[in-house]
Write a protein that binds this ligand. Sequence first.
Ligand code: HEC
Length: 113
Amino acid sequence: MANDDEQFENRDTRTQFAAYVPIGSIQRGQRLAQGLTGGKTRQCATCHGPKLKGTDAAPRTAGRSPSYLARQLVDIKYGSRTGAEVGPMLAVVEQLTSEDMLALAAYVSSLSP
Ligand code: HEC
């Protein structure tokens, strides 16, 4: 949701948005991202860097739009996103449910970019 309706209606490109996520999803996403969920997924920091700000091996995910992040995870899992570099992510998303992906998107987007 736009933080300022008037700014949004005027299509001001500086408009800021707030994303509302289910209660508890940020904490749940943090546990998943840190690999504390019994092998369900891999620690994101291994490839995306300690604060998920990106490395030579993987892009920055911290602080990006939650809907964008969730979309990418779903697309990678179900094969709509392909490409030469997507391989390392396949094992990451393999066992994730939609709820897990939403939680990861909520947590990762809450980090400072
Ligand atoms: C083994 C390395 C590795 C691990 C672990 C990993 N990633 Fe990735 N991730 C990548 C690579 C490489 C890409 C780039 C894929 C591409 O270019 O298609 C990527 C891309 C992404 C993208 C898309 C970013 C964009 O710019 O479109 C998201 C979202 C993402 N990862 C989230 C996660 C999350 C959340 C975790 C932890 C649960 C995680 N990744 C763990 C390697 C990894």
